[in-house]
Design a protein around this ligand. Sequence first.
Ligand code: ATP
Ligand code: MG
Length: 568
Amino acid sequence: MKYSKAFIKTMKQDIGEAEIVSHKLMHRTSMVRKLASGIYEWLPLGHRVLKKVENIIREEMDKVSAQEISLPALQPKELWEKSGRWEIYGKELVRLKDRHERDFCLGPTHEEVITSLVADIVDSYRQLPFILYQFQTKFRDEIRPRFGIMRSREFLMKDAYSFDVSDESAAESYKIMYQVYENIFKRCGLGFCVVEANSGSIGGNFSHEFMVMADTGESEIASCECGYAANIEKAVALMDYDTPDTDNNFVKKQEMQEILTPDKKTIEEVSEFLNIESKQFIKTLVYYADKDYIVILVRGDRTINEIKLATYLDALDLRLATDEEIMDITGVQKGFLGPIGLRKGLRVIAEESIGNIKNAVSGANKKDYHFININEIDIEEYVDLMLVQEHDKCIKCQKELNFSRGIEVGHIFKLGMKYSLPLGAEFLNDQGKRNTIIMGCYGIGVSRVVAAAVEQNHDDKGIVWPWAIAPYQIGLVCVDIRNKELLELSEKLYADLNKEGYDVLFDDRKERPGVKFNDMELLGVPVMIIVGKKYLKTNQLELKIRKTGEVVEKNLVEIFNFLKYLSF
Ligand code: ATP
Ligand code: MG
């Protein structure tokens, strides 16, 4: 591409609202442009990267014989009612009516459509297993579109779905896709890790997220040297179940007592008043979950992981109850609630961390009173609802966990029969018996990958593209196009490089060399070849490597060999 003809405009100014560097740089290089909140146009430079990522994904998917399809974005309500998601998807689902007042949505994902398609086509086990995939614009009316295309309302996703006859076979498909995803992100030149992810209401360890490591990432990751890594939403830790005691670990159980604690409501206030550490407390919380109220007990120094709680309860609408609601439901003022003597009929769930507290302290369900030395509480539901925190220990090897951030670029998921059952995707097995298909789904946020790549690969001069997804791999800069000899040489080199299959951006503009160099660096082109006056004396051209800033001199023949063995 000749720069003089390219639809590129570089800008010095950042876009005001940009919070993270990828948003700034994608705007300054005119890769994308905002049309409305969370809705973006892809300009040629951005589009080239998007297509490169797409092609890598397609090649890797095709290698495992996944088959590409294309499904409609516009989807009828009836399908979504069958899966139950018309109700539960909430406001993120973009809904609309056709001229006959029939309800439709714009697909945020395609489980319903693909399952109904497969239900129509598959009759026999002989047709299984297979994996179908597509590249498609998805629509999600995100509550908070942000970070440019990273979290947008309209974005490109590659979604894939596997269909198997059994759990074992589905696990095999999952394994294949896991490997495919590793290959894809490696080929894109990204630093990433794979973490255990919250698998929603389905449970089990069958969900992994692929995270591009970046400090600005929205996801928090807990990981350990031993290889354990999980999204904080899902992470577990080894709890120090020991009763706190400075002299020895053996604490005698003592008689429970009711203590007057006037106006001492918070854990800090009561622990100071009684001179007891907060981890000796049983914190008693009331949650509102889909029209029900639930009492949750957790150790005083720990926090409830609300994602785990929502998953456990299968709740869509989860929040802490208000002070008035607490009073209504329990008859007790906030701050004096506890597990002993709670109003009958309330559902109480204990976080596992309270299991081993000896001589625990908690509210006495009476204003201005607490119990000390609680050793017996009558609860059946003990659940891991722990939010892991700094200094927690790895469940696998007991070393301290590390915390970092990442951008979720891919998510793989074993669905089981979640969609195949309600949508009737069945097959006849080799005994002629009717069975339900076992499904998996596998998404990559293609447009988010582009932003994540910039977030991970940039410096103060601009983007530093990994070779494999760079919009142009080589930036050919003719420092003075008025010099006939230099221009001719540049033209020839441009043609030869193109012939060799390189993507070349040839800066043939009537601009000062400084402007051209700066633009090339801002755009992040991995290798710049500078056709300058020096060549006329020495026959050498300068090559500058964007990533390292290294400059090497090569003659016309050497250049091609050099490029061939470059690796990024
Ligand atoms: P998130 O937790 O970031 O909202 P999600 O769990 O809703 O993601 P999935 O439904 O698993 O995401 O979608 C598959 C992939 O699509 C994600 O891994 C992510 O890369 C991408 N993605 C999801 N939402 C958006 C969005 N609003 N804008 C751009 N990419 C997105
Ligand atoms: Mg989401």
